[in-house]
Each structure stands twice: as C-alpha cells, then as structure tokens.
Design a protein around this ligand. Sequence first.
Ligand code: GDP
Length: 529
Amino acid sequence: MSFNKEINRRRTFGIISHPDAGKTTLTEKLLLFGGAIQEAGAVKSNKIKKGATSDFMEIERQRGISVATSVLAFEYNGIKINILDTPGHKDFAEDTFRTLTAVDSVIVVIDVAKGVEEQTEKLVEVCRMRNIPMIVFINKLDREGKDAFDLLDEVEQKLGLSVVPLSFPIGMGYDFKGIYNLWEKNVNLFSGDSRKNIEETIEISDLASEELNELVGEKAANTLREEIELVEGIYPTFDKDTYLNGQQQPVFFGSALNNFGVRELLDCFVDIAPKPRPKQSEERLVKPDENKFTGFVFKIHANMDPNHRDRLAFIKIVSGKFERNKPYLHVRNNKKLKFSSPNAFFAEKKEIVDVSYPGDIVGLHDTGNFKIGDTLTEGEAINYKGIPSFSPEHFRYINNADPLKSKQLYKGIDQLMDEGVAQLFTLELNGRKVIGTVGALQYEVIQYRLEHEYGAKCTYENLNVFKACWVDPEDEKNEEYKEFLRVKQRFLAKDKHDQLVFLADSAFSLQMTQQKYPSIKFHFTSEFK
Ligand code: GDP
C-alpha cells in the first residue's frame, strides 16, 4: 500500500467521559465490531474503585491496566483505528489532557440520565480550545433518562457545543423502541438482546409511511414524526467541514451495553472522522504526508518491574514513516537515538513493528532520555509546541525522610515529574520543593513509587496554596514588576521549565495582586506564549 493510502486510512481518537458514563463498554463494543476481541469483558476498565485510594495494590493494578489499555488498535472496513485511552478519574486529568494532544478527534460519551457531568465539561473545554472534531454519543437509552431535547440543550449550554442530532431515540427506558437514524434514514429496532452483534435495520424512505406505525406502534410513530420535524426545524444540517473545524458536533443515541446504536456511530465515524491532521511546531506546520519522520512524546509509562528502571515512551507519529533501527534525532538533547524494538499496540497485545505511519502510536523503551513533549525527527531541529501544564489543585512540600538517600530521592522526583505524574515547583526564597497534583491520590502514588522504585523515603507537609499562576509580565524591566518580585518573593517559585510561577494562597490575594500589578498577567496554564 502506498504511503498516502496508509495515512488516509488511519483514524486516531480518544473517548472522553465522566467515570461510569460507559467509555469502557463502548470501547469494547467498537473492538467487537472490528473483530479485535471475541467476547465482552475483554477490555479492562482502568477505573480506580471508590474507596480504594489508599490501596497500593489497586494503584499497581491500575498502572498495569493503564499500560495494557493505553492504545487499542483495530481494523474496520479497511480503516486502521487507534483508540487512545483517557483516564476518566479526575486525579488523572493531566494524563488525559496530554493524551488529547495526540488525538485527531474525540467521541464524548454522556449518560442519558446524568446528563453533562463535571469531568466531561473540563475535557470538552480542552478539546474546544483546540478545535478538535467531536462526536457525541448519548448512552444508556435502555434506562429512564432525560428528555432528548432537554439533553441536547444541556449539551449546547454546558459544553458550548453546536449539536446536530444524526440519530434520535424512539421512546426511552421501559418504552425504548429503537433509534431513527437521520444520517442513513432508517430505523433500528431495539430487542434488548446484548448478544446480538449486528442489529436489524429497516430502511424507511418516508417517515410518513404506514410501515413505521406497524414497526413501533402508532403513538410512538407519531411522536417520532413530530420530533424529527422539530429536529429538522431547530438544528442545522450536518456539514462535514464544519464538524472537522470543530464548529459543529454530530450526536448519536444508543446503548453501549446492549450494543445498540454503536454500529451506526462507528460507520459514521469512519466516514467523517479526520485522518491524521497536520501539527504546528514552533518553527512551522508539519504535514503528515511529508517524507521525513517526525513525532512527539505525549505519555511516559514506568515499567511495571521495579528492578528495571526502563520506561515506555509513547510517541505519536506526525509525519513520515517511523522505522525500526533507524537513527532519529532527539531534538532537546541534540542526540541521535536508535530503537531496536519499537512496540505497536493492538487490542490485546503489543508487538515489535518495523514500520509505523502518521496517526500511529509507537512505544519506545527508554532509560531516561525522554520527557513529555519531546520531539523526535529525522534530523530537522523542530519542536512540537509544548504540552501545557495546568494549575494543580493540591500543593504540599516534599521532605526527604532518609538523609542517606537524598540522591535517590531527587533522581526519583525528577523522573516521576518527567513522566508527568505531578508538577514540581522550587521556591525562589529557600529552594524548598513543592509538589502540585490534580488529586490527592497522586501523593500516595509518588511516595509509594519513590520507595519501591528508587529506595527513597519522603514525607509531605501541608502548604496553603490556592492556585499556581504562571507570571507573564508586560515588561521585565519596569518598576512595577521589580516591586512585584520583591514584595511577593515568598510566594514565587520556578516550574520544571524554569518559568516563574506565583503561588497565590487564596482567591482574594490573587485578586488583590492582580489589581495592584495590572501590567502583569497571571495564567492558570503554562501555555500562554
Ligand atoms: P466508564 O467508567 O465510562 O468506562 O463506564 P463503564 O463502561 O465501566 O460503565 C459503567 C457502568 O454502566 C457499567 O456497570 C456498565 O455495565 C453500565 N453501562 C454501560 N453502558 C450501558 C448502557 O447502555 N445501559 C445500561 N443500562 N448500563 C450501561
């Protein structure tokens, strides 16, 4: 197959949802369609069970599963589909944000009864900022839920999306009869039999036909006719380019558990979802069909075996072919590296591959060369735009609890930060180290891994910080900025890239500071330049 054909047949995407909306179940059904797995239950959920936060076995189990489900690839009708796993648990939100830099599109799963939930809001906002094309799947239609129109309103308002329903439910919960597909203009009847892989679809060329009455009953048929008329009156018609620009989001309804409405979603997805997209580097826009290989690291995973400190770096291929044993330039280190056993990922296994194409993810064994955001090329010194850090929610001092092991501790902290487990801030005043995380669970993970992988012990000490704000002065030389540096010295720190950060101790003090120093901007993310 030609190089261009290989690119054009790839679809790399992520499924985002609030925990429990049905991401794992949907993933599994998609894999079933692709023939990548034979039975339900084969995809492991990487969820952390409620109440298991202090259970280290649970953390280890979670790490194992998260390697196994990092990338799930399968083929469907000649299309190579790569699903990138995005943890739904809020403590791992950073991980998900980073993964979103490597997807070309996303599917958003929403629970019909719960509607738009907190995690979904945050993740969709990130996708919206980047104009990532999104398809919405409203799940669990076999259960009583919100009215379809109310839900569509909620999705528009809370998520700021511009929706176009491409399917519409006929009844819901106990009365759920099936789905009318506006995209294919047919009716799919619900039997509630989850063992069936392919549902029977009935072509309906005319909604006014008697046939519809026979299929779903006169009452439901009439309701559907009215609703579809409303849908066609209220919502714009679907336009592929508008979707691809991130300005319009098609919506599907279904029940992942019952494998209902999933094929419709998948068929539409392979039809409209973007092939690998060009990516902006600091120097220039890079197109997938360029001959020379480029890619970037979006995830680093520590090896499960504590005796081997090697790690797996996940690279998204942006352009060209990635080949085994060919020397590539690690741009940040200005060093050539060769990889003898790059891994490609499939539904249930990983394998060494000789060649990978744009859109694909390869896992490279790494002994500490890589940081998240690093660029690899065939020689050109380009840098893909950094992967942003967001202000953590929790902050604690980290102290060395074993003076004989301080070297191990600092090495451990360094490597765990490279992996993106948490963020490190070094106070300007006294050099003390502060760890910032999205969730409290990360502190336990860090402490546990420092001890088991690096032989170092740490303790934490509380620190009252409301938000980390990246400092962006209008002019580094003006008096106002100099005064700010002097007065707020106690609250200033450097992040891992040596960027200056203001650790505001309350919303109020942040507000006062902003008022007092109007020429300085304070950002909640490191990506503002
Ligand atoms: P995730 O946290 O988003 O990965 O959610 P899961 O896929 O693990 O699903 C959470 C729960 O919802 C599980 O108990 C599923 O069996 C259930 N579930 C998923 N899809 C459906 C559905 O279509 N209908 C019903 N009734 N339950 C579902």
